[in-house]
Design a protein around this ligand. Structure first.
Ligand code: MRU
Length: 349
């Protein structure tokens, strides 16, 4: 599969170039971002989105920001790094990859304390590229492991978007479908539209149809209908943070889909890089769920508001799926099954 350039440096390494996912599928616009406010806004407004892509973007972004400080003394270089880290980290709290990538970039500075700030700046660029390259390899192995659980002709349901634009190559949740397509499998995929920001309709359906996959868009409340009709053999979703016991935070609506899947006896697979497992969270109760603005529910995608101004809204961006509802968690290191407190231990180290 050809790599989609969703996140890259410009030639001078003075900005990060992203494909603006918030405008898809109607417009393909690339943005060149070089300041902290622009980068914060890109993450917050989902111009760049999907847990792994957010991590990669943040690594690229902080490398670009730190280039401006490459002639400073080490103390102010470190102070500026911390300032950027704190601000970028606050953009979206649930996806673990954001903090993970920032900590990994920080450890480059910590481990190479004897180098000049200009050398450190170069190392930050190398590390950001390494994070992206590793994500490509992770997508490849997650896709192959996921595909081993499916068979030709299967009906699959997806939620939100965990495809190439959310990662670096095949994606995680969509990885087995796209790899399978390359190998000649013919899946029938049903994409949940994924309210309120419609990542399923705008991005998953776009990526799958572009790849020639048989894909049908449904509203979120139609999942039970297609399951009951026997059209679904497996559910494939990505993840934003997995607790040590396997409880999994992913786009709002994922846990409802898992509950339906259990009711109909359909396997429910979560796919993501091992770095998404956060062993510091014992269970889903420790995962902070991002709350977003009510305009996303009432006005954002509509010609006129769908509810009156004074109607209260609750807009949690993610929910946590109980680990007992998850048939397997598939990472690049292997396929883990319940009880996850035991099986996820293979990911440590
Ligand atoms: O709010 P988003 O669009 O960033 O949410 C994305 C998801 O929930 C994805 O499933 C998850 O980040 C995994 S992406 C490979």
């Amino acid at each position: 599969m050809k790599k989609i350039q969703n996140v890259n440096f410009d030639k001078t390494k003075e900005s990060v170039v992203i494909l603006d996912q918030s405008l898809l599928p109607n417009k393909t616009v690339y943005l060149s971002l070089s300041s902290l406010p622009e980068m914060f806004d890109a993450i917050y407004t989902l111009k760049v989105r999907g847990a792994p892509a957010i991590g990669i973007f943040t690594a690229f972004g902080i490398a670009v920001l730190m280039k401006k400080h490459k002639n400073e003394d080490i103390d102010s270089f470190k102070d500026n790094f911390r300032k950027y880290k704190e601000k970028l980290f606050s953009a979206r709290p649930t996806a673990v990859n954001l903090g993970w990538a920032l900590s990994r970039m920080e450890s480059v500075i910590e481990k190479n304390g004897t180098l000049s700030t200009s050398e450190l700046s170069e190392l930050l660029f190398d590390e950001a590229k390494a994070i992206q390259d590793e994500d490509i390899r992770m997508c490849e192995s997650i896709s192959a492991l996921g595909l081993s659980l499916l068979k030709d002709g299967d009906g699959i349901i997806t939620h939100c978007n965990a495809g190439p634009l959310a990662t670096s190559l095949y994606g995680t949740g969509l990885g087995p479908i796209l790899l399978g397509k390359e190998k000649g499998y013919e899946f029938k995929v049903f994409c949940d539209e994924t309210r309120p920001l419609f990542q399923g309709a705008r991005i998953t359906a776009y990526e799958l149809t572009n790849a020639g996959v048989d894909c049908t868009l449904i509203c979120d409340n139609m999942a039970s209908f297609v399951m009951k009709e026997g059209k679904i053999n497996a559910c494939l979703v990505g993840c934003d943070r997995v607790a040590a016991n396997g409880d999994t935070a992913n786009k709002i609506g994922t846990s409802g889909l898992a509950i339906l899947a259990a009711h109909y006896g359909i396997p429910f697979y979560v796919l993501g890089p091992s770095s998404t497992v956060d062993f510091s969270c014992k269970s889903g109760d420790d995962i902070v769920v991002e709350l977003r603005k009510e305009e996303e529910i009432k006005t954002k995608f509509f010609c006129s508001p769908i509810a009156k101004d004074d109607v209260k809204c609750l807009n949690p961006s993610f929910d946590v799926t109980d680990s007992r509802l998850i048939t397997a968690i598939i990472t690049e290191k292997g396929i883990c099954r319940y009880p996850y407190t035991e099986s996820l231990k293979i990911l440590k180290g």
